[in-house]
Design a protein around this ligand. Sequence first.
Ligand code: DHB
Ligand code: FE
Length: 277
Amino acid sequence: MAKIVGVVTTSHVPSIGGAIARHQEQDPYWKPFFDGFIPVREWLKDVKPDVAVVIYNDHGLNFFLDKMPTFAVGAAPAYRNADEGWGIPTVPPFAGDPALSWHLIEGLVRAEFDPTTCQDMLVDHAFTLPMALLWPDQNWPVRTVPVCINTVQHPLPSAARCLKFGRALGRAIDDYDQDLRVLVVGTGGLSHQLDGKRAGHINKEFDQKFMASLLADPDWATRYSIAELVAEVGTQGIELLMWLAARGTLAGPVRALTSTYHIPISNTAGGIMLMAA
Ligand code: DHB
Ligand code: FE
């Protein structure tokens, strides 16, 4: 049977790609964030996952405002990155795992989620940069399943819905009848707002309560509406829904194997957590 070996959640700003390209991992500005991945990489060397299921929000590369699925799951043999206009290098393509993808899609539909199924899919910085942080040589040792949740065009799925989605995804992974070691990755957040009067908004207190809640009480964030979450963490900080969905894939209590919080990376509060059952 497949087993979820752990969940990694992280922020995903495009300028991480610029810092990697310019070898700035040791610069004082970037070091606290990049260093947060050192223990995660050590752990990965031990657990050696076969597949990464990556929960993220596309920012207009694969889906645009004319067609915006609330939930989408990749079911392609491979996924390419492409230029999003940020001026950062693209990364090598990722192998897919169509059999696992279709199993997950079937499980989600049985659980009354109806994801868009993507047999052709580009992956953006929210997918590629966390992968590059986990495996800096970009010689990807895992097959991948991209899972998108819309945080770009309202209406967005509620926190409660995202947590339920993650739980359904976790059950579908658990009942896959292949001996696979599965890493779940959730990317986005934490608090940030890129536009409007509140551009630059950061809410450290809320971010840290949210991170703690993932361990102690994952339902905590579901008391907030989308509008309330946006008020707390900013228009793009709402990407923290990816952390909630990713946490939901682990049933029962979890512990944090590592956790980092650093302000800022670009306009964003940078958080990293590694959780395991
Ligand atoms: C930034 C953050 C994001 O989540 C994103 O998708 C793009 C840019 C930023 O802080 O610059
Ligand atoms: Fe983003």
